[in-house]
Ligand binder design. Structure first.
Ligand code: IMP
Ligand code: MG
Length: 176
């Protein structure tokens, strides 16, 4: 496993993003929505750096099993979604890869009549993005490598690691 971004670098970038968001959304009724499960660590850190009143909610998107991030239908579960009509919504995810997840989520949320929807991703694999969507906010661009830690998993493992690391090919075999 090769560390790409240290815990300190992450905390510093998340703090800067929080300041930017507080400035951009000043006086607006903001709802921050985390995408389960990969965003949980980023969401928890980010919301504590946004110094303004806000609501927090969750929704679930699953398309990815093990290594693959593109195969299969995306399933969106909005059962946990709070009321967002008339509110500014910030969708928070761990990583924007092809962009398909974020694009579908934005489309789903538009059906709930929010005032606005923007996206924030900790990581952006820009060279893999195939949709028109770009994250409105991101902390780091990374190359096309499979990464784990800071909420991100491989086969359900590694989410608790405080840094972001790339797995090598030998580590990308299913764990069991
Ligand atoms: P997209 O729809 O291709 O943009 O995929 C985004 C989702 O795939 C993210 O929410 C992650 O859950 C997952 N994903 C993409 N790349 C990685 C990775 O390198 N490590 C872990 N999860 C990833
Ligand atoms: Mg995800």
């Amino acid at each position: 496993m090769k560390q790409l971004i240290s815990a300190e670098e992450i905390q510093s970038a998340v703090g800067k993003l929080g300041l930017q968001l507080a400035a951009d959304y000043q006086g607006c009724p903001l709802t921050v929505l985390g995408v389960l499960t990969g965003s949980i660590v980023f969401l928890a850190d980010l919301i504590r750096t946004i110094e303004m009143p806000l609501n927090v909610g969750l929704l679930q998107a699953s398309s990815y099993h093990g290594r693959s991030t593109t195969s299969g239908e995306l399933t969106i579960n909005a059962d946990l979604l709070p009321e967002i009509a008339g509110r500014d919504v910030l969708l928070v995810d761990d990583i924007l890869d092809t962009g398909k997840t974020m694009q579908s989520l934005v489309e789903t949320l538009q059906g709930h009549s929010p005032k606005s929807v923007r996206s924030a991703a900790l990581l952006w694999k820009e060279e893999r993005t195939v949709t028109d969507i770009q994250p409105d906010y991101h902390c780091f661009k990374i190359p096309n490598e499979f990464v784990v830690g800071y909420g991100m998993d491989f086969d359900g493992q590694y989410r608790h690691l405080p840094a972001v690391s790339a797995l090598d090919d030998a580590e990308l075999k299913p764990l069991s």
